[in-house]
Design a protein around this ligand. Structure first.
Ligand code: KG4
Length: 339
């Protein structure tokens, strides 16, 4: 008999539902929330309200596209945390009610492990190679910058992580300082393609081990910009491509320096990247470059699985279903939880 998992993701500002059948993705619907754009960041209360409006149509559409009747579902998997509490509660409550009404088990998924396990999503119309355990995964998003040793789908060890800002957060804040739109990541990426990455230099952290730090870069960017603007009030307009390219290059350098160190230390050359910032072209290129230069086998997710999506939650749920790792109805949402 087939195993069909409905995944639900609502940890931040994307409402998403996906269906996976026997490990193959049948549908992945994402409703993004434009309401936050004018505020320059996610407004938690508005995100929660938008999830409430979106969740039913998004789940309906995911089942429709998958051509799966709700009665055929084996289980409902949902993001339990980390994330914004008001946002999480919508997905968690819906998933529990839906699973209970269908009489199927519910599976709680850690959002971060979902990002890592996105590398195992299979699709009927495209071949993708999957990493073998153990492998290293660089998880970079708006809230996290971590190097993870993935020993099994349910056994992940954080080897290093940011001690302050996440990489995505730093990029978004620098973009805000430049007066660009929100979220800054994709805008910086687009501008960087036309700029010179060596035009400007910003400070890089010197911290031991495999941990990251991005707050110094943010401050260095802000102070440098302030000085340049004193001489030329239109400095940003005149140099935005070079600023974006130099900022991106610094972030990528910081990320890859520690990743090379981890590869050496653990002697593992299968290296994956996950999370919203893994959509960044500079970072993707650095991975391909490292594969060539150092013989790494790299795993780079499809663009659709980089930012928040329910396909990765359904995939993680599929793994847990095999081991009958279900959760009780009283399982609360967690705004803060580690791997
Ligand atoms: O994983 P994600 O969707 O949400 C969480 O933070 O959990 O990641 C969002 C982050 C934002 O900081 C966004 O600016 C960044 O990913 N991002 C990018 C790109 N696309 C999204 N950063 C750099 N280049 C991109 N192309």
């Amino acid at each position: 008999m087939s195993t069909i998992i409905l995944g639900i993701e609502s940890s931040c500002d994307d409402t998403s539902a996906a269906v996976i059948k026997d490990g193959y993705l049948l549908s992945n619907v994402v409703a993004s929330q434009a309401v936050h754009e004018s505020y320059g960041g996610v407004v938690p209360e508005l995100a929660s309200r938008a999830h409430q409006q979106n969740i039913v149509p998004v789940v309906h559409e995911a089942l429709k596209r998958a051509e799966v009747a709700k009665e055929e579902l084996s289980a409902v998997a949902f993001t339990r945390g980390p994330g914004l509490m008001g946002s999480l509660l919508v997905g968690v409550s819906f998933a529990k009610g839906f699973a209970r009404s269908l009489g199927v088990p519910m599976i709680d998924v850690n959002h971060l492990s979902g990002h890592v396990l996105a590398h195992f999503i299979k699709s009927k119309d495209s071949e993708s190679k999957q990493p073998d355990f153990p492998f290293l995964c660089l998880l970079v998003s708006g809230g996290n910058s971590q190097i993870i040793l993935v020993k099994a789908y349910n056994d992940m060890q954080i080897l290093g992580q940011t001690i302050d800002d996440a990489a995505g957060e730093a990029i978004d804040k620098c973009s805000k300082v430049m007066g660009l739109g929100y979220p800054g990541g994709p805008i910086i990426d687009r501008l960087a393609r036309q700029g010179n990455p060596k035009a400007f230099s910003f400070s890089k952290p010197h911290i031991p081990g495999l941990d990251y730090s991005f707050s110094g870069l943010k401050t260095s960017f802000l102070y440098s910009l302030r000085n340049w603007l004193q001489d030329d009030p239109d400095f940003i307009e005149h140099h935005k491509e070079d600023l974006a390219a130099s900022l991106e290059a610094t972030v990528v350098e910081i990320l890859m320096d520690k990743l090379r160190k981890a590869v050496k230390q653990y002697n593992i050359k299968q290296v994956a990247v996950a999370g919203g910032v893994s959509a960044n072209n500079g970072l993707r290129n650095a991975f391909y470059d490292h594969a060539k230069r150092f013989g790494w086998e790299v795993f780079i997710p499809k663009f659709g699985y980089t930012t928040d999506n329910a396909a990765m939650i359904a995939m993680a749920g599929y793994f847990k279903y095999q081991d009958k790792e279900f959760c009780p109805i009283e399982a609360p949402a967690y705004s803060r939880v580690t791997l």
